[in-house]
Ligand binder design. Structure first.
Ligand SMILES: O=C(O)C1=C[C@@H](OP(=O)(O)O)[C@@H](O)[C@H](O)C1
Ligand SMILES: C=C(OP(=O)(O)O)C(=O)O
Length: 409
């Protein structure tokens, strides 16, 4: 589906949007629920990634296809490796077969797991024969993806002796590790994270517990961008959010003050207000703790005609697409002055913003959603717009509620 997208006729926005649960919290909660059936979950994500996770967890033997879902791939690897009697081949989309899993597979093998590669060494598809894992200490590199660490932590309390992880190197995407540990705490699992060592105690069963998933802050980022690109006085209310979020992308509240967007909590809603135009012409952010909002921020800066220097982007090359290359190509098509390395992005001033450019999305939901707010400034096309369903299936419908005009072409 190719969409043509243009701005609401009135750029002074006043709207409410309900976003479903965080896909990161959902996929963790689902895995914990599979291990401990007394867990119930509220406000589950309606994303494709949460759906493939639910389906995957029901399979005992055979092929488990998790499409584009990185969390499902990594979390199910740990899950199946520790499930005696289950034997599966875990695979996904073409891109998933290019996203590395070696660090996780080796850590699990060191714990005694039986996993082999079906095609390329270090990459899915992988064959897993579930076993009872009794070893409880392992070390692994922490600078490639935090999902490997979360995968181990999620199964840790179900292991006979719990788990002690030693993280080697600089730890990336730290808030996602803390989110995993916080959910373990919510179900009564003892854990600690000191320096480079994480310890999780065993827990054979849990009491009845209800996990209420907070709505997705990465999805909220597109509204931050829309508000930043709207007129002073605009206001969008999003629900349902918590003041003490487990999601690192809630850093948006702080980051978007640079773009004149203020955030206020009212009950379980957040109100985003454009209170002023940006004071500075340049921003500089280290996004190693919030990699999923890098695309949103780069496009906001371009839309506002600001310079930016984004660092900490070393994980972007192995996500749904090489996001640094994709941003470079698509922002250049619009007229941006952009340079990227393998971990940084720099936007310099440019006085051009081309109209009706067709944005390619590279099977990456965040490419589609990050560029959509730019329609506040210039009409544009979004190729393969259906990709948004990976994390936010209602995205285009919700934009229509704001008055955006989207036409299938
Ligand atoms: O654990 C998670 O839920 C996630 C961790 C992050 O990945 P990395 O740790 O690979 O950066 C993030 O980009 C992804 O969208 C979700
Ligand atoms: C990187 C992402 O997801 P995953 O790694 O879970 O596929 C994302 O949603 O931006």
């Amino acid at each position: 589906m190719k969409l043509h997208l243009s701005a609401p006729s009135n750029k002074l926005l006043h709207n409410n949007i309900q976003i479903t649960g965080s896909k990161s919290e959902s996929n963790r909660s689902l895995l914990l629920q599979a291990l401990y059936p007394n867990i119930s979950i509220e406000n589950l994500s309606n994303s494709d990634d949460a759906e493939v996770m639910q389906k995957g967890l029901k399979i005992e033997n055979g092929v488990v296809d998790i499409h584009h879902a990185g969390t499902a791939m990594r979390f199910l690897t740990g899950y199946f490796a520790s499930q005696e009697g289950k034997e599966v081949t875990l695979t996904g989309s073409q891109r998933m077969t290019e996203r590395p899993v070696k660090v996780l597979v080796e850590a699990l093998q060191n714990l005694g797991a039986e996993i082999s590669y079906e095609k390329n060494d270090g990459y899915p598809p992988i064959r897993i024969k579930g076993k009872k894992l009794v070893k409880s200490q392992v070390s692994l590199p922490a600078n490639i993806s935090s999902q490997y660490i979360s995968s181990l932590l999620l199964i840790a309390p179900s292991l006979q002796n719990g788990l002690e992880l030693e993280l080697v190197g600089k730890i990336t995407s730290v808030p996602y590790i803390k989110m995993t540990l916080a959910l373990l705490s919510q179900i009564g699992v003892e854990n600690s994270f000191e320096g480079n060592t994480i310890k999780v105690s065993p827990k054979p069963s849990v009491e009845n517990v209800n996990l209420v998933v907070e709505s997705d802050w990465s999805s909220a980022s597109y509204y931050y961008s829309i508000v930043a690109l709207s007129e002073v006085g605009s206001k969008i209310t999003l629900s349902a959010y918590k003041n003490n979020s487990l999601q690192g992308d809630s850093a948006l509240q702080e980051l978007y003050t640079e773009f004149g967007v203020e955030t206020q909590f009212k009950g379980n809603s957040v109100i985003l207000r454009k209170t002023e135009n940006p004071k500075e012409q340049k921003v500089q952010f280290d996004l190693s703790n919030a990699p999923d909002i890098a695309q949103t921020i780069a496009v906001t800066c371009f839309g506002l005609g600001m310079e930016c220097h984004l660092t900490g982007l070393h994980t972007l090359k192995i996500k749904e697409t090489d996001r640094l290359e994709a941003l470079h190509t698509e922002l250049s098509k619009l007229g941006a002055n952009i340079t990227v390395t393998d971990k940084e992005l720099t936007l310099s001033l440019s006085d051009t913003m081309h109209t009706d450019i067709a944005i390619d999305t590279y099977n990456d939901h965040r490419m589609a959603m990050a560029f959509a707010p730019l329609a506040m400034k210039v009409p544009l096309f979004v190729n393969d717009a259906g990709v948004v369903s990976k994390s936010y299936p209602d995205f285009w419908k919700d934009l229509e509620k704001l008055g955006f005009v989207s036409k299938s072409v």
